[in-house]
Design a protein around this ligand. Structure first.
Ligand SMILES: Cc1cc2nc3c(=O)[nH]c(=O)nc-3n(C[C@H](O)[C@H](O)[C@H](O)COP(=O)(O)O)c2cc1C
Length: 183
């Protein structure tokens, strides 16, 4: 398999991290992977906030641990780790820049960065806050993000302290040919 395919297949969401600092050039390489993500007519409606300040990381963890309305699984336990993770990258998009596809733009930048982190021997996971209205609003306040902007993801990045396993549905179950439902 190619290097890219191996990276895609072997990347897992890592939620436990060592406190070991990570090199600046690796953070920049991850951000570069986000920068080079595709976006609708190359509008690049994103900003990436690199959070290193311990107090800000603590605040983000507190916000994420807030009780949610509804039953969405938010992996609460992992959020205790956030203040000790070297870096949290926050992916913000501006819907005024790309009204049609800002969500996909932010999502593809997030995944590019997740793959880059994995390829550099680091772990990360995608904390989804988009449309978790209260949480998203609180994060915007904490990071002074303009009200018009949307937060697509938070990505804690660090040296992995776990090697999680995950499976996927077989291709036979998810691939159709020529028409929906035709195998
Ligand atoms: C849009 C999106 C939102 C996610 N939100 C969360 C989250 O809030 N908390 C969490 O622990 N994992 C979150 N994840 C990670 C998924 O749980 C994970 O990707 C999935 O279980 C597959 O595991 P893998 O990434 O290890 O292959 C999110 C992933 C995506 C794509």
């Amino acid at each position: 398999m190619s290097e890219v395919l191996n990276t895609i297949k072997n990347r897992r969401s890592v939620r436990k991290f060592l406190t070991t600092p990570i090199e600046e050039d690796k953070v920049e390489a991850i951000l570069t992977a986000g920068q080079w993500a595709p976006s609708f007519v190359n509008l690049q409606p994103w900003k990436f906030i690199v959070v290193r300040d311990p107090e800000t990381k603590k605040k983000l963890a507190e916000i994420l641990k807030m009780p949610m309305v509804g039953i969405i699984y938010r992996g609460e336990i992992a959020y205790d780790q956030l203040p000790h993770v070297p870096v949290i990258i926050v992916v913000v998009v501006d819907p005024n820049k790309d009204k049609l596809h800002y969500v996909e733009d932010g999502a593809v930048a997030t995944q590019n960065m997740a793959l880059a982190a994995h390829s550099l021997g680091l772990g990360t996971y995608w904390i989804g806050v988009y449309n978790h209205t209260y949480i998203e609003d609180e994060i915007k306040k904490a990071l002074e993000i303009p009200v018009d902007c949307r937060v697509i993801s938070l990505m804690p990045v660090g040296v992995a302290a776990e090697t999680p396993q995950k499976d996927r549905e077989s291709l036979g179950n998810i691939v159709y040919y020529d028409k929906f439902g035709k195998r």
